[in-house]
Ligand binder design. Sequence first.
Ligand code: PHE
Length: 458
Amino acid sequence: MSQSRGNFSGRIGLILASAGSAVGLGNLWRFPTECGQNGGSAFLIIYLTCVVVFGLPVMVSEFMIGRAARVNVGRAYDVLSPGTPWKWTGRMQVLTPLIILCFYNVVAGWTLWYTGAAAIDFFPTLAASGDGKVFTDFFAGFVGSWWKQIVCLITFALLTHLVIVQGVSKGIERASKLLMPGLFVLLLVLVGCAMFMPGTADGLAFLFKPDFSKIDSGVVLSAMGQAFFSLSLGMGILTTYASYFRDDADLGKSALSVCIIDTFVALLCGMFIFPTVFTTGIEPTAGPSLLFETLPSVFQQAFGGSHVLAYVMSLCFFVLLVLATLTSAISVHEAITSYVAEQFKLTRKVAARIVTVITTSFGVFCALSLGAGSDWLCWGDKPLFDWFDYVTAKWMLPIAGFFISIYAGWWLSKRIWWTQMTNSGTRRFPLFGLFFFMVRWVCPIGILLIFLNELGVF
Ligand code: PHE
């Protein structure tokens, strides 16, 4: 094992870092709404099944590949299967995070701006100044301003950069151990407050009331897609992180812990968002408009009676968003930086600098494409920002997931499976046969179906 690459020092560190990657905007702006609109707990049962049947096996496969190869994801497949075209699966998993980081930093910048606005208590002023549309206008005004977006984007990119240059245990692990507990505490405070609101019963009913009539093949496929995105699969991140796991780390149990944490956080987000939204009678939305237009206004209405409570809830929420995006951005940055450093034989500092400069530069264009540069940075009906999102989420992630499971199920030797899953025979892995079957058959077929569904084939 190469000691110079750095390692996670222990079990908690690696689980929190991987969970930090998984817990992100997907938990906050997609899961609760998908769950509420697609049959409540009926969707939840299907989502949990997808996590167990697809998410867990693909996550374990990524972990195995990373720890067996002990190099960055771009080279991992060359190391395990030299001289084969599998190397392209690795290269693609460097390109995907590279594209993702460009637009992810832009959204991350928004979270900073809103945290600032919450901190100076700007939202009550805004709410007092007009109708419900003021929050939509505020968001549009911010996205339309090139300098505000660029300042926030660069600030966030620098924050991520500072963590990355510190290395694996002193940077990523330490940041995760600090940020993730902070995130849990904030989330619990928010859920705690949301449990005593007039809309609590309706909100929880929206989220949990089972409605099996809403379940059709489209819902099943979207649950699968959500599980994949939310667990950060197919982006090279988990393979990169696993290359820093110690030899005695239990891959199966670690993957299970990450899946449980990610799902638990997604549920808690729903348990806070819907009671709050239902208290004001506003229609729940999804995506950026939920986080940046609906919720800031909802906080003011729902807690308007108590200024202090409205202030605390807004601030907690946006700090929570910053923490969730930061731990995800760190993981994406690391997947690219470790490749650049090892492939071009650079120090971590120089590699990180190159990655930060390149992704921030493209990020500036993504940010401009939504506002000031929307006339020259749009192709077809999509701004550059949407293109980056579309190409990665709809194409590159499922394609990578498909090839990862084919590789692990059909190509990776049984010996590597056994060494990695039992830590060379020192641990038991009771469901080996079932797990292998899932990776070999169920995952590739399922992922192919999601892919075709996303492309509108069904
Ligand atoms: N798993 C993340 C989420 O749920 C997705 C993600 C991770 C996106 C890292 C970008 C970067 O939001």
